[in-house]
Write a new protein. Structure first.
Length: 138
């Protein structure tokens, strides 16, 4: 179960008002905001021609990413890295827990890691938060 504080709830409420999409979770940092929307809500969150997400970016005055939730950990990882082609994805038991091993093309590795490792840190945090699982980028 994800615990939200008052600021998270306010951000989720504003996002939902601006987009009409149903939000399950948000992670707000100094530079960015990431919203996890319910399955099937990604199109509504982005809006026609990106109009809804642009309203959100203007309101939050920071970079905004949207991830579509999935009950299946493999689909969720693919949703997190939706703009990057995943060559291979394996979920295995390791060291008393599960680990998702994600293999990407070497040319896409920088994009998968993100500036200062932000994307891969976010992916690890979301996988831990929803599936109690680690993530390794290969």
């Amino acid at each position: 179960m994800v615990k939200l504080n008052n600021d998270d709830i306010k951000c989720i409420s504003l996002f939902q008002q601006l987009t009409g999409a149903s939000v399950r979770d948000c992670v707000i940092s100094k530079d960015s905001a990431v919203f996890v929307v319910s399955e099937g809500e990604l199109g509504r969150a982005i809006g026609k021609g990106g109009s809804a997400i642009m309203r959100v970016k203007d309101a939050f005055k920071r970079k905004v990413d949207v991830v579509e939730h999935a009950d299946d950990p493999e689909r969720f990882v693919r949703n997190i890295f939706s703009s990057i082609e995943i060559k291979n994805l394996k979920i295995e038991e390791a060291d008393g827990g599960k680990v998702a091993y994600v293999t990407v093309d070497p040319r896409d590795r920088g994009a998968a890691i993100g500036r200062n490792g932000e994307r891969v840190k976010l992916a690890r945090m979301l996988m831990q938060r929803y599936f109690n699982m680690d993530l390794k980028l290969i």
